[in-house]
Ligand binder design. Structure first.
Ligand code: AMP
Ligand code: ZN
Length: 487
């Protein structure tokens, strides 16, 4: 790929703050700083959560494929209300604070490890930075102190609250109606509804039976929102290009992050706020509290290829609500199989497959160029993956038909393969396969080819089954040759 040209590609994204699709002009030339709200690690992530993490991965890979150096931060929320609830359940009432902290860490370490396994299975690249909230308690206390000093926060009975009336643009991200805000009323929980916008908690006084850290306000722990402000600024600096999460984070989490960070810094913190839509089940958000969820492990137990799940998600636009269905996964499987088969055809031996007249054919290089332009135009326009993939499928259809008539040249096949690499760098579903097959597989293929040449169809089918039992799927080409790939 032409890196110099790629580095000039400008991507546009929908910005929740302005409600418009806007070009992303990086703060630092060639570098994109992205902060992604990561998982709360008290249980397995469900596949709705994974949809949001796949959206973040798509964003990152698209910038990387466009020539940017992406500084990609995803935090791990390892102290929070639900984590405390679940990690302390089995402890005796008189457990020491040290024991409580250890129990909390044991739970979050376990689920962080499972989370990273899930990400790897669906081809999500590890973050450049993965800060854990409990490593930043000192920074959180310091930020709360600054907010008090600047008049944005007040302490009350060992807790500290953010005074939402102190920031003129509080709630802009969520388009809150300032009239309806309950200024002066405070809320202790991290999650609450828009119509009860209130002074939110920055530091929570410890209740009996809860783990805590010492602070100027007594023993307690940080609220959820302050965690991301502190980690974001510490890791990426005082300004960043993009901040992401699922749409449910717009309020209150991201609204409150802005209030904290901008209240402290005194300037704009994030240029672009990007939010992924929900994965739904029968019209309802997939969520742990509703109990209508699957984990990735559930899908794998049902024999579903994690990369088919990845494709089923990535082939839909990230800002459209998506209904989860097993039919959708099947369709994804079929689409991937089609692209992979095309890829093998393009990396084949280059033997003449077509028997037609060259004059009927349209120049494959022109088709490729068109597909590439359309692909990037779509991706640069708010990550329009359905449109980008449509351009790829048009290419597959056209070049399959072309190759049936007049075989593509080696150079043309190589150019097409390079485009498949380029698109795979984003979609992660059609990586180049190993060129060489094990010798015994080659031998079985040769035997099968001989059987077919002599019209021994039963023997040919038997050999296909043998290859399948060894984990290889056979594909017959129109010209009578065949190839195999790992199932
Ligand atoms: P949590 O681990 O609960 O903090 O959530 C992790 C991420 O998953 C957040 O960005 C949420 O917005 C997102 N999320 C939660 N439920 C869904 C869903 N049904 N579909 C898509 N994203 C979701
Ligand atoms: Zn966050």
């Amino acid at each position: 790929m032409d890196r110099a040209m790629a580095s000039r590609r400008i991507l546009s994204l929908f910005n929740t703050l302005t409600r418009r699709v806007e070009p992303v002009h990086p703060l630092e030339q060639g570098v994109i700083r992205i902060y992604n709200c990561g998982p709360t690690v008290y249980n397995f992530a469900h596949i709705g959560n994974l949809r949001t993490f796949l959206f973040q991965d798509l964003l990152r890979r698209t910038f990387e494929a466009s020539g940017y150096d992406v500084k990609f931060c995803m935090n791990i929320t390892d102290v929070e209300d639900k984590i405390i609830r679940d990690s302390q359940a089995g402890l005796p009432a008189d457990a020491s604070n040290a024991e409580r902290l250890v129990a909390m860490k044991a739970l979050t370490d376990r689920y962080t490890a499972y989370f990273l396994e899930d990400l790897a299975r669906i081809g999500i690249q590890p973050a450049t930075y993965m800060p854990r909230a409990t490593d930043y308690i000192g920074g959180m206390i310091a930020m709360v102190e600054q907010l008090i000093a600047k008049g944005h926060a007040y302490a009350r009975e060992g807790s500290v609250y953010y005074r939402i009336g102190s920031l003129p643009h509080y709630g802009d991200l969520a388009h809150l109606d300032r009239e309806g805000m309950q200024v002066g009323v405070s809320v202790d929980v991290d999650e609450y509804e828009k119509d009860s916008a209130q002074d939110f908690v920055l530091w929570k006084a410890a209740k009996p039976g809860e783990p805590y850290w010492e602070s100027p306000w007594g023993p307690g722990r940080p609220g959820w929102h302050i965690e991301c402000s502190v980690m974001g600024i510490d890791v990426l600096g005082e300004r960043m290009d993009i901040h992401t999460g699922g749409v449910d984070l717009i309020f209150p989490h991201h609204t409150n992050e802005i209030a904290q960070s901008e209240g402290c810094l005194g300037h704009t913190w994030v240029n672009h706020w990007c939010h992924g839509e929900f994965l739904m089940v029968e019209g309802q958000k997939m969520s742990k509290s509703l109990g209508n969820f699957f984990t990735l492990r559930d899908l794998i137990d049902k024999g579903i290829d994690p990369l088919s799940f990845r494709y089923a998600i990535q082939s839909n636009h990230y800002r459209k609500v998506l209904n989860f269905s097993f039919d959708g996964l099947k369709a994804a499987d079929a689409s991937l199989a089609r692209i992979r088969a095309f890829r093998r055809r393009m990396t084949g031996t280059g033997e003449v497959a077509g028997r037609g007249d060259w004059k009927e054919a349209v120049d494959p290089m022109a088709r490729l160029q068109m597909a590439r332009e359309r692909f990037w135009e779509a991706m640069a326009d708010d990550l329009n993956t359905p449109e980008a993939l449509a351009s790829l499928f048009t290419l597959v259809t056209d070049l399959n038909a072309q190759d049936d008539r007049v075989a593509l040249t080696v150079e043309e096949r190589q150019a097409v393969s390079a485009f498949l690499d380029e698109t795979n760098a984003i979609f992660g579903g059609w990586a180049a396969e190993e060129e060489t097959l094990p010798a015994e597989i080659e031998a079985l293929l040769a035997q099968r080819q001989e059987a077919r040449a002599t019209k021994q169809w039963a023997e040919s089918d038997r050999l296909r089954d043998v290859l399948k039992s060894l984990g290889f799927l056979v594909e017959d080409r129109k010209d009578g040759t065949m190839s195999a790939r790992r199932a």
